[in-house]
Design a protein around this ligand. Structure first.
Ligand code: SF4
Length: 230
């Protein structure tokens, strides 16, 4: 079975086990648009959610709408609670993430983690676009795991895909993708926290690049296998 068939088979298994209660939290990165295409193409009953942190680059909004138009999927957008953002910004400023790792994590908590928790209410499983190749810490990941952080099952249909597999699929199937990928942004998050990388840099080097501490991790807490910065 080829990788595409294996991924579709896992997604079908997920939907048959968790129909009506499986969620795909889509960030519109390269892996996630592949998953959107597979979900749409195979009419899989998976609820699609995305987090609008309020700080996304315009290119992410562009691909969001392009996917909505191309796939005809109901993409449910979750925003941070206005009260939470107002309290945080009044206390620490709108660019608090540059001040310290703690404040960056606090911002991700308000703008990402809490909205994701709301998006996952009632979910018994979720789908991710994680790949083993992305980090050593993901080498031992399984296609189906228990997500202890959220207390639900986690399906990782693209674990075995390489970056080349992802881009071959996108190009062959004319899948919309975030145009920042054309400008050396392999990993795209919020606009103030993402920059392009140089040749030879780690793919995650463009995320929270100002954090130089050895123990800094280029993750926001959505997944349990943080990637240590190289
Ligand atoms: Fe805030 Fe940056 Fe995290 Fe976005 S990536 S939620 S702006 S700290």
């Amino acid at each position: 079975m080829d990788k595409v068939s294996e991924s579709v088979s896992l997604l079908q298994q997920a939907t048959s086990e968790f129909s009506e209660s499986i969620v795909f939290a889509c960030s519109f990165g390269a892996e996630d648009v592949v998953l959107l295409d597979l979900i749409a193409r195979h009419h899989l009953q998976i609820r699609i959610v995305t987090l609008d942190t309020g700080r996304l680059p315009q290119e992410t909004y562009d691909v969001m709408d392009a996917c909505r138009a191309q796939f005809g999927l109901d993409i449910q957008v979750y925003f941070p609670q206005a009260d939470d953002v107002e309290v945080m910004v009044r206390k620490d400023g709108v660019n608090l993430f540059y001040d310290s790792i703690e404040k960056r994590k606090a911002c991700c908590h308000v703008r990402k983690i809490l909205p994701l928790k709301r998006a996952l209410v009632g979910a018994k499983a979720w789908v991710t676009g994680l790949r083993k190749e992305q980090a050593d810490s993901r080498a031992d990941m399984k296609a189906i795991e228990d997500d202890k952080a959220f207390g639900i099952k986690k399906f990782n249909p693209l674990l075995a895909w390489t970056e080349k597999d992802i881009w071959t699929y996108i190009n062959e199937n004319d899948v919309p993708y975030n145009k920042l990928h054309n400008q050396f942004y392999p990993s795209i998050g919020c606009a103030p926290c993402t920059r392009a990388i140089s040749v030879g840099e780690d793919p995650r080097a463009g995320r929270w690049w100002w954090e130089q501490q050895e123990d800094a991790v280029a993750e926001c807490g959505l997944h349990a296998s943080p990637i240590a910065k190289k």
